[in-house]
Design a protein around this ligand. Structure first.
Ligand code: FES
Length: 191
């Protein structure tokens, strides 16, 4: 995900009474992860994974709770979580569109795919639509360079993608239909 300038100082931070770091996560971190490392800080990344696995993203409050639990500074938790683009620090939409931006897809004009998604959804890279339906991101090589440009719609890889095809895919997904039934190319990367 690219860097996006934002007004951090003026941002409001959502909090809730119930902790994100539940007793069961604490127990797992204490018994499984912390003993593997010399310092509790070593358990930071596995703990972030636990939070993301449970909630789908890592809320700011959760990072503060992790800092207190592992006895490290909030800044260290935020630095680590924000360094890895695999960690989601904002709530994801119901569907995630991930356009490959690496070299083969770049040569095959991946920017047309990204621009199509941006204008159709009215969002920028790293943002989620107001109805929380779609999140748009760009990722590095998705391992399908021979069929560039490619993009993932959730778990499904769409190859030799065109803006017109992406337009159809978004419409289908919005209507709750499977884009695989549109009759064009599309395959599951795990298949
Ligand atoms: S560069 Fe896009 S799939 Fe490899």
């Amino acid at each position: 995900m690219p860097w996006i300038a934002k007004d951090s100082a003026g941002a409001s931070i959502e909090t809730r009474t119930e902790p994100y770091l539940t007793q069961s996560i604490k127990d797992k971190v204490t018994t499984t992860y912390i003993p593997r490392y010399e310092k509790t800080k070593g358990a930071l990344i596995p703990t972030l994974h636990e939070i993301q696995h449970k909630y789908g993203w890592i809320p700011h409050q959760a990072m503060m709770e992790i800092a207190e639990f592992l006895d490290i500074s909030p800044g260290e938790v935020i630095d680590t979580a924000s360094f890895y683009e695999e960690f989601w620090l904002n709530r994801k939409g119901e569907h995630v569109i991930a356009v490959c931006r690496s070299i083969a897809c770049e040569i095959c004009d991946h920017s047309k795919i990204t621009e199509c998604a941006k204008s159709k959804l009215g969002i920028d890279i790293g943002q989620t639509t107001d109805d929380a339906k779609f999140t748009l991101v760009e990722l590095e090589c998705l391992g399908s360079c021979g069929t560039a440009p490619v993009a993932l719609m959730d778990e499904t890889l769409h190859e030799q993608l065109t803006p017109e095809r992406l337009d159809q895919i978004i419409d289908a997904v919005r209507k709750g239909q499977s884009p695989d039934n549109l009759g064009a190319e599309g395959s599951n990367p795990g298949a």
